[in-house]
Design a protein around this ligand. Structure first.
Ligand code: 5AD
Ligand code: SF4
Length: 463
């Protein structure tokens, strides 16, 4: 769906409030701290929140303990994060008792659930505000109300319109996340995302490319295009994800384009061709399979079969021969039999993923699968997860072996804190390589030859 935009007059109003906050805190060296849980979407949202706070005159705090504003950006997708969050908020009570000016806010997916947001506000009278994922742009209003001693809940925004042009404080100087879609329309039966992040909306192609261009001008060379299902970018518009890849590929200064996540049901031959044809598009795809059993996939509402998925992998590898695949898998989905689980193992064995994120099914209130009568007992889930992880560990090691002697370019993104002479960076295929080198090479591209394949990582040397 093409996105509705927030009306300019509403944005101006917020800008006025941001100015008011700035006037109030100017010269006081006020600081903020954001604790982020969950996926890249949340990481990217926290960057926007940080950008907005800095526009209001706040500076990043060294630690949570010294911050004047503390925000929790929450996740509700998988584990039982709610208890942990409530404990973390509770732990701040004492500090707030002695420091009334401390501002505490809670945001993110978990707060998009109206009942949870209300519970947090009720249980913790010292929390200043709670807001959802679609109203980041109203942070000035929230901050101003907190400074005025008022409490506010802002969750659902009618129609989930997109706000363009918000500032961001990016966390990585070489590589940046760029949102291309928000929300999700797929309603996989286990997943809470469509309920908390709303319907799928795509940003205008010109907005995305404009942001990529601006990032390149700031010296960023790698972008990761983000969406719950990037493959369906542009639904209802006259462009698609293949067009977007082509347009981003044309931006000077950008050397690598990554994207995540891809839904198998929307992986078209046209898109495969675009990956092959556009030289900056990296040869890595995160293609969540979730299960290797057609019966379970059906109950998950994934809209592909085991055979269909395997055929996609075959076509993809034919079109882009060196592409690496990573995936997400859920074990212990309601009704999963031993046979279904064996199907997952055999699919994993057959595909040979470079890496896999594996999860025990965890019921999310409000989703269809949570209502199913045939939930799987915890010990069974645990045992299946272990078997799956053991298999993937073998497959990862096996996959690593093929890199012995491989020569390729890496973007140096960090150094090992314990041994400062060890740098690391990823190959085009998302494989991480560790090698000796000078810290001053951070952010540069270097050619590395892989000399050793450890179980979990590749070691190499620079040319
Ligand atoms: N239980 C377990 N795993 C889940 N995921 C999403 N919802 C659930 C759930 N209820 C996993 C899926 C998805 C990834 C982001 O999180 O594998 O791809
Ligand atoms: Fe959740 Fe499925 Fe949408 Fe991914 S595609 S966010 S798993 S509903």
């Amino acid at each position: 769906m093409q996105a509705k935009l927030i009306e300019p007059n509403r944005i101006e109003l917020q800008q006025g409030m941001a100015q008011e906050v700035l006037d109030r805190v100017r010269g006081q060296k006020k600081t903020y701290y954001i604790e982020t849980y969950g996926c890249q979407m949340n990481v990217r949202d926290s960057e926007t929140i940080a950008g907005l706070l800095q526009r209001m005159g706040y500076l990043p705090a060294e630690t949570k303990d010294t911050a004047n504003v503390i925000l929790f950006n929450t996740c509700c997708v998988r584990d039982h994060a709610e208890k942990r969050l409530l404990a973390n908020i509770g732990a701040l009570k004492e500090r707030k008792d002695g420091e009334e000016e401390l501002i505490i806010g809670i945001c993110g997916c978990m707060m998009q659930q109206a009942d949870v947001a209300k519970k947090v506000m009720r249980r913790f009278p010292f929390v200043n505000f709670v807001f959802g994922t679609n109203v980041l742009w109203r942070l000035p209003e929230l901050m101003l109300s907190a400074l005025n001693g008022e409490r506010l809940i802002l969750t659902e925004e009618e129609g989930f319109a997109i706000c363009e042009g918000l500032p961001a404080r990016r966390s990585n100087p070489f590589s940046a996340f760029v949102n291309i879609t928000f929300g999700c329309d797929n309603f996989c039966s286990y997943c809470i995302v469509p309920y908390v992040r709303g319907r799928e909306r795509s940003r205008e192609l010109s907005e995305v490319v404009g942001e990529v261009r601006a990032l390149a001008e700031q010296g960023i060379t790698e972008v990761t295009l983000l969406g719950q299902n990037v493959n369906s970018y542009g639904k209802g518009m006259d462009v698609d994800f293949a067009d977007l890849l082509k347009a981003a590929n044309g931006v000077d200064g950008i050397r690598r384009i990554r994207y995540m996540s891809s839904h198998p049901k929307d992986l078209s031959p046209r898109l495969m061709a675009a990956i092959a044809e556009n030289d900056k598009v990296c040869h890595h795809m995160h293609l969540p399979v979730q299960s290797g059993s057609t019966a379970i996939l059906e109950r998950m509402n994934r809209r592909y079969t085991r055979e269909g998925y395997l055929k996609l992998v075959e076509d993809l590898r034919r079109t882009v021969p060196d592409i690496e695949l990573t995936t997400d898998v859920i074990v212990g989905f309601p009704g999963e039999t031993d046979r279904d689980f064996e199907d997952t193992l055999s699919l994993m064995d057959q595909v040979g993923y470079a890496a896999a994120f594996t999860f025990k099914y965890s019921p999310r209130k409000g989703t269809r699968a949570a209502e199913a009568a045939d939930q799987i007992p915890e010990p069974v889930k645990k045992e299946r997860l272990k078997r799956l992880n053991d298999l993937q560990a073998r497959k990862t090691a096996e996959n690593n072996q093929k890199y012995l002697g491989h020569r390729g370019e890496v973007l140096i993104e960090g150094f090992d804190r314990r041994q400062q002479t060890i740098l690391f960076g990823k190959l085009d295929t998302f494989k991480m390589v560790y090698f000796p080198g000078d810290e001053r090479l951070l952010g540069t591209y270097q050619t590395v030859t892989v000399t050793e394949c450890a179980r979990n990582s590749l070691l190499g040397r620079m040319e």
